[in-house]
Design a protein around this ligand. Structure first.
Ligand code: HEC
Length: 97
């Protein structure tokens, strides 16, 4: 079962609600970033886990998307770009990301 955090929660103070991006993560990211032993220790299945970040630390910088590793990976500023397997859907062109 996948737990989706309640509406209105924010990702470490990011200006978008977790509920807004949750469907994108559910569809494009948790196939890898969930369960035991996710890449870089990063799980994107709950707001809680996104806040925890990866083995390397936080992946979201509050109020600063350009310095958020998570956003940088999706935009391809940081490599390898996410989703790792290159499947990008129209959902990925969401206004928040
Ligand atoms: C096919 C599997 C796969 C999918 C799907 C995937 N990832 Fe990843 N992700 C990885 C792997 C493998 C790494 C480690 C790669 C590296 O940095 O060397 C990684 C690393 C990351 C990192 C870097 C963490 C850090 O601190 O270095 C972020 C952030 C990330 N992924 C976010 C996402 C997001 C957001 C999505 C969905 C849009 C996504 N990933 C989809 C496999 C995946």
């Amino acid at each position: 079962m996948i737990h989706i955090a309640s509406r209105g929660a924010t990702v470490a103070g990011e200006p978008f609600a977790y509920a807004d991006v949750a469907p994108i993560f559910q569809k494009n990211c948790i196939i890898c970033h969930s369960g035991d032993g996710p890449p870089r220790g990063l799980r994107l299945d709950t707001c809680e886990n996104i806040r925890k970040g990866s083995d390397r630390g936080p992946v979201v910088a509050p109020g600063d998307p350009e310095n958020s590793e998570l956003v940088r990976r999706i935009k391809g500023i940081s490599q390898p770009r996410m989703p790792f397997d290159g499947r990008r859907t129209s959902q990925m062109k969401s206004p928040v990301l």
